[in-house]
Design a protein around this ligand. Structure first.
Ligand SMILES: [Zn+2]
Length: 191
């Protein structure tokens, strides 16, 4: 989905994309497959740059970082960035979403790039959604909703392991190890 920025009027132009309208389906397929999404934004000239302001909402397949359950994580975020023209050779050292070191502004605008009046909205929205993913997705609203079950299972498992370690003391391999310990190499008192 490419937008010709030279056609944007001074008062700006709004865009509204969804799975039904289809413009971003291909660009987002590797992130959300064929799940619904809603992306709206306004592009507005700002001197010799452009401002992009908008919002996306979708959901994404994830695995809960606590209990390992598959989940459909609802994801939504406002975005507000400045688009500046990029030189091709300069671009190599920059991500699509620009300089991440300006992240200290938290909710403030970041810089993204376009080339030759063409803004690749598909790549941009892909990056915005990818960056909005939590590092540790969780299956519940506040925290993992299976955590109590998982901790119970974990405790049971640990008890099993403890039990098997205790009974292993009678295993022949342990007596072999015991013998090795009292061998000449194990006697360090003479060194
Ligand atoms: Zn969970």
């Amino acid at each position: 989905m490419k937008i010709n920025l030279s056609e944007i009027p001074a008062e700006g132009r709004s865009y509204d994309f969804s799975h039904e309208t289809g413009e971003l389906n291909e660009a987002l397929a590797d992130l959300i497959q064929d799940r619904p999404y809603d992306v709206t934004f306004t592009l507005k000239p700002l001197g010799n740059a452009y401002e992009i302001k908008g919002h996306f909402a979708t959901r994404k397949p994830e695995i809960c970082s606590r209990c390992g359950w598959d989940l459909e994580l609802p994801l939504q975020r406002n975005f507000n960035d400045i688009l500046i023209e990029d030189e091709p050779e300069y671009r190599k050292s920059h991500s699509v979403h620009g300089n991440q070191s300006v992240d200290f502004l938290a909710q403030g605008p970041e810089v993204a790039y376009y080339q030759g009046d063409v803004f690749d909205a598909g790549t941009y929205v892909h990056e915005v959604i990818a960056l909005a993913e939590p590092f540790y997705p969780s299956c519940g609203v506040e925290d993992c909703e299976h955590l109590a079950d998982v901790e119970k299972k974990r405790a049971e498992l640990e008890a099993e392991i403890q039990k098997s370690v205790v009974t292993e003391k009678g295993h022949p391999a342990f007596s072999v190890l015991e013998k090795l310990k009292v061998g000449p190499a194990g006697d360090e008192s003479e060194h």
